[in-house]
Design a protein around this ligand. Structure first.
Ligand SMILES: NC(=O)c1ccc[n+]([C@@H]2O[C@H](COP(=O)([O-])OP(=O)(O)OC[C@H]3O[C@@H](n4cnc5c(N)ncnc54)[C@H](OP(=O)(O)O)[C@@H]3O)[C@@H](O)[C@H]2O)c1
Length: 263
């Protein structure tokens, strides 16, 4: 009888680092100039990763980099417009070898289907789905060659539960969730784990535009009855990016505050 156990990667729990567990690694966080992405960048840097902070806005990029530095971490800013494929590829080249890729940058514009223009639909697909596709295509082969890597993408409950007015947004994130499972299969045997976090409503500069009352109304539809802080979603992302999730791949972690349980 063959011994299947020989194929199991040994995991010595006592040797799992409890602090600075990402020391020596490099992480690229897209959309780290704001909201959830900024919180993720700060936490990754706090765990020892050298962080490539991405966004478009130079000033907010510098703010994130300075915040990381003030906390004793290491970060640099790379600007790129993810709606343009050549800029996505330049970002991947400038990021260099990364061990952790967080596909966080995203847009969410709400409109009924008749009001959704081709441009609006295409922009959602380009930023929320095509950009992660190109980044994974450019960066995951290197992770695979080095034998390790973690990719986490930001999704939403609107990817699986129809939300009125969120056709283009929901479709772009549903595509991202499908891609997550495809990439998990494609790179898993070479030690690269790929997961997503489907977030519920979060207080961020992006959702500020909705108005506080609308956002809180959405928060009240969750089981926990409130809107999340960016740090709470960052924690779920951190878990999936870290070795604590070493046997988890191809999943979408629901960080909804229980929204689906009563949906
Ligand atoms: N907030 C929520 O309630 C919520 C719920 C579910 C899922 N999510 C997902 O979580 C992610 C982050 O959301 P958030 O609310 O923190 O976002 P946010 O505050 O609106 O910030 C968006 C980030 O994405 C970047 N970005 C937007 N368009 C870009 C483009 N064309 N090229 C490059 N970067 C671009 C922005 O960079 P610049 O500002 O520098 O241009 C910014 O850093 C998104 O993927 C979103 O869909 C959010």
């Amino acid at each position: 009888m063959s011994n299947n156990r020989q194929h199991v990667v040994p995991l010595d729990l006592e040797k799992l680092p409890m602090t600075a567990e990402l020391d020596g690694s490099t992480a690229l966080v897209t959309g780290a100039t704001s909201g959830i992405g900024r919180a993720i960048a700060l936490r990754l840097a706090g765990l020892g990763a050298s962080v490539v902070v991405h966004g478009r806005d130079q000033q907010r990029g510098a703010e994130t980099v300075n915040e990381v530095a003030a906390a004793g971490g290491n970060a640099r800013f790379v600007a790129a417009d993810l709606s343009k494929s050549e800029e996505v590829l330049r970002l991947a080249a400038e990021a260099g070898e990364v061990d952790v890729l967080i596909n966080n940058a995203g847009i969410y514009r709400f409109a009924s289907t008749p009001e959704t223009t081709a441009e609006m639909f295409d922009t959602h697909m380009a930023i929320n789905s095509r950009a992660p596709m190109l980044l994974v295509g450019a960066l995951a082969p290197g992770m695979a060659t080095r034998g390790h890597g973690a990719i986490v993408s930001l999704s939403t409950g609107a990817a699986t539960t129809p939300v009125r007015g969120a056709a283009a947004y929901g479709a772009s994130k549903a595509s991202l969730e499908l891609l997550t499972r495809v990439w998990a299969d494609e790179f898993g045997a070479q030690g690269v784990r790929v997961n997503a976090v489907a977030s519920g409503p979060v207080y961020t500069p992006g959702t500020e535009e909705m108005g506080d009352e609308t956002l809180q109304e959405i928060g009240r539809t969750t089981v926990l009855g409130r809107v999340a802080r960016p740090e709470e979603i960052a924690e779920a992302v951190l878990f999936l990016a870290s070795s604590r999730a070493s046997y988890i791949t191809g999943t979408v972690l629901q960080a909804h505050g229980g929204q689906l349980a009563i949906g």
